[in-house]
Design a protein around this ligand. Structure first.
Ligand code: AMP
Length: 169
């Protein structure tokens, strides 16, 4: 179902990258709602206490999922965006390098965390997010994606973590 609402944009943001554009999905109310229901069904809410979403497209799915599951939401953000004391992690991206940050008090010790993003590509971003959540005392119980680009082997990078994805390419 979701595949119908994902638009392939060749050579964005760089030549050779086939960008998976989720804006047609967000634009369609019933499709967006079904997608959140599918994420909800993919991981039992009883298995986690908190959802972390990765800026920025992870927010678009993580926050509605948190609301739907009755859990809190924690933003993992690009550098310099979080106002309070933060810790950060650098990582390699499919197209470049970047850094992400989390507030030091975002997760209580031992809280079970589900981390959400839109696309699993090389796994670099999610791997950094997992490290951040662990660094601030959380237990990562799993990761959740709309899409997984299987040919980039992101799963190998996240070998010790449960991965749920709605669509595999
Ligand atoms: P990676 O760290 O390589 O797993 O890349 C994942 C991050 O980059 C996610 O936050 C995605 O939103 C974004 N991303 C990577 N590749 C693509 C792609 N082909 N289409 C859309 N987003 C992508």
């Amino acid at each position: 179902m979701i595949e119908r609402f994902i638009r392939d944009v060749p050579d964005f943001p760089k030549p050779g990258i086939l960008f998976k554009d989720i804006t047609p999905l967000l634009q369609d109310g019933p499709a967006f709602a079904r997608c959140i229901e599918q994420l909800l069904a993919a991981v039992p809410p009883s298995s986690y206490d908190l959802i972390c979403g990765i800026e920025s497209r992870g927010f678009l799915f993580g926050a509605p999922l948190a609301l739907r599951a009755g859990k809190g939401f924690v933003p993992i953000r690009k550098p310099g965006k979080l106002p309070y004391k933060s810790v950060s992690q650098s990582y390699d991206l499919e197209y470049g390098t970047d850094r992400i940050e989390i507030h030091v008090d975002a997760v209580a010790k031992g809280q079970r965390v589900l981390i959400v993003d839109d696309v699993l590509a090389t796994g670099g971003t999610m791997n950094a997010a997992v490290k951040l959540v662990r660094q601030v005392g959380g237990t990562v119980v799993g990761t959740c994606f709309l899409m997984e680009l299987s040919f980039l082997n992101g799963r190998q990078r996240l070998s010790d973590i449960a991965i749920h994805s709605l669509v595999k390419y």
